[in-house]
Design a protein around this ligand. Structure first.
Ligand SMILES: Cc1cc2nc3c(=O)[nH]c(=O)nc-3n(C[C@H](O)[C@H](O)[C@H](O)COP(=O)(O)OP(=O)(O)OC[C@H]3O[C@@H](n4cnc5c(N)ncnc54)[C@H](O)[C@@H]3O)c2cc1C
Length: 537
């Protein structure tokens, strides 16, 4: 029996490279892990695009951590648990909020652009935080500032071998362990077996499974799909977070308007010009994301419109320009003046809460495989992520992975090298490019229409059937990133749908119109999936 790989051994004879650690992905999870691991180990960081092409680079609002005088890890814990709608892993949340402040302070030492006033850190308010808690850099350019600082730190040590534009196709397993990953250089068509004692998956989310998403095109759920094929447990896939304020447009990705704008006092208005969140949540526009999205959906249905409005026209224009330069200038380019216009907004796919199930050291259920950042399901977000906790999660858990590597590598090195690797054999000519492109497009439309903010058994069943038909229409992928991505998107989509269908309740980001209530008796639990060994393929 061989496990399923997307790659077939006859595609091209691969070459080999050897490391202690490989890190897959160049966002906050991957960069933090690579910088830390390289202090002691031989490390390669592999990314399928250029280093800065990440979700991390797009992050606007900032990083949540108990750094303010009125704040404490306990308050941050309470807010995270409340937002998570009964499904947070409390041990993981405790680690997040207690280790978070030290990790953010360390980050500030290499990233001088965190915003300060008179020497004091400026902390912003965001949805469902009970105190201002979100540290930001360059106004609303936190992601690019942080990613650039971490990249400089990685490059200045020059101990990490950086491999850009290399597509990781599959994890390599041998003897029940992950022993590295196979990558494709799309330019030359060459495959490489990257052997490593430990592999850190930091491949980000899967927003591209939807047609309307804030996520960049690299967010195709590759990490979840390859971990699943390799036998790791994945979970909480039904919990896809929709952000309340994507700019209403048909662009891809959708431009996000940070929650911090509502933190500064911007309103959400309906088509009658009313602040509809007042009376729905004690924090009105700053309620948890799932609560705001649910009411937005109700308002849009009632008015028959596909969008609502974000209104900052009552706020000081100078403050808006200084505090939100990125949002201000991007909106200006798209024909909106944040100081004068009501901005049309709609909920949009934003964040994958589920993913590769890990313990508090970032270990997946497959020995040798760690996961960090959006690809991981540490349990800190429960059923609904608290705003700005995701950059923090990547920082905190990558640091823990680095600490854990020290004991793991010493003990596992020989075993990881001893195994015999078996790749499946077979011809993989793949499907025509036009079919691959049209199937990706159809899948995204299907997920947005049937598996979006509001779900029902009827829609989910139809979606599952259509995904099955799409899978059947495609040949096994040939050596081409587009084909691999489509296979991964289909794997991820089918697990989102299956989990959403099984969970017969509404909780956090999962809203079922046929099961509108939260059902703690039957559903205060997680839904996990793991592939059983089956015929190669
Ligand atoms: C517009 C926007 C704004 C946001 N704002 C905030 C915010 O203010 N605060 C906050 O906490 N969170 C925010 N988030 C969420 C947060 O940015 C992400 O959850 C986080 O950055 C994910 O980091 P990551 O390291 O897990 O993945 P990413 O940053 O997405 O990096 C993934 C990496 O994996 C690589 N990769 C993927 N597949 C493969 C493959 N097959 N082979 C090789 N490489 C691969 C990619 O190329 C990329 O380098 C925002 C998200 C968006 C979209």
């Amino acid at each position: 029996m061989t496990r399923p790989y997307l790659l077939a051994a006859t595609d091209r004879e691969p070459r080999s490279r050897f490391y202690d650690v490989i890190v897959i992905g160049s966002g906050i999870g991957g960069l933090t892990a690579a910088v830390g691991a390289a202090r002691q180990w031989k490390v390669a960081l592999i990314t399928k695009s250029v280093l800065r092409d990440t979700t991390t680079f797009l992050a606007q609002g900032g990083i949540a951590a108990a750094l303010g005088e009125q704040d404490s890890p306990q308050l941050h814990f309470d807010d995270t648990i409340r937002a998570g709608a009964g499904l947070c892993n409390e041990e993981a949340v405790e680690i997040l909020v207690n280790e978070g402040p030290a990790r953010v302070r360390e980050l500030m030492e290499i990233c001088p652009k965190f915003d300060r006033a008179g020497g004091d850190l400026v902390l912003a308010s965001e949805g469902a935080h009970s105190v201002p808690r979100v540290a930001h850099a360059g106004g609303d350019s936190t992601g690019s500032e942080v990613a650039s600082a971490l990249t400089r730190a990685m490059q200045s040590g020059s101990r990490v071998q950086v491999l850009e534009n290399e597509f990781v196709v599959d994890l390599l397993t041998s003897g029940g362990r992950c022993v590295g990953a196979v990558s494709l250089d799309p330019g030359s068509g060459a495959f490489t077996l990257n052997y490593a004692t430990a592999t850190v998956l930091a491949t980000g989310g899967c927003g591209q499974v939807y047609s309307l998403t804030t996520n960049p095109t690299v967010a195709t759920g590759d990490g979840v799909a390859m971990a699943y094929r390799a036998g790791a447990t994945i979970g909480d896939m039904e919990f896809v977070q929709f952000h309340p304020t994507g700019l209403y447009s048909d662009e891809s990705p959708i431009f996000l308007i940070t929650e911090a704008l509502r933190g500064e006092g911007a309103y959400l208005l309906n088509h009658a010009g009313e602040r509809f969140m007042v009376g729905i949540d004690p924090q009105a526009e700053l309620g948890p994301r799932d609560v705001v999205v649910k009411e937005m959906v109700r308002q849009m249905r009632e008015s028959g419109q596909e969008f609502l409005f974000l209104d900052a026209t009552h706020l000081d224009c100078g403050m808006l320009q200084e505090r939100f330069p990125n949002v201000y200038h991007n909106l200006k380019e798209k024909g909106y003046d944040l100081c004068r216009d009501r901005i049309p907004v709609a909920p949009v796919c934003h964040y994958m809460i589920g993913g590769v199930v890990t313990d508090i050291w970032g270990r997946s259920t497959l020995p040798g495989l760690y996961a960090s950042g959006e690809v991981a399901s540490t349990g800190v977000h429960g059923a609904n992520r608290l705003a700005s906790n995701s950059l923090l999660e990547g920082l905190v858990f990558s640091d823990r992975i680095v600490r854990h590597l020290d004991s793991y590598i010493g003990q596992a090195r020989d075993e990881a090298r001893g195994g015999r690797l078996e790749l499946p054999r077979g011809d993989r000519t793949g499907s025509p490019d036009s079919l691959v492109a049209s199937t990706r497009h159809s899948l995204q439309k299907l997920m947005s229409s049937r598996v979006g903010t509001v779900r029902s058994e009827e829609g989910l069943m139809a979606a599952l059937e259509e995904i099955g038909t799409m899978e059947e229409s495609l040949a096994s992928p040939g050596a081409d990133p587009e084909q691999y991505e489509l296979a991964n998107l289909l794997t991820v989509a089918s697990h989102i749908v299956k989990a959403a269908l099984l969970r017969e309740e509404s909780r956090g980001s999962q809203l079922r119109e046929d099961y509108p209530s939260q059902d703690d008796i039957n559903w205060k639990r997680h839904l996990n999936f793991r592939l059983r060994e089956e015929g190669g393929g």
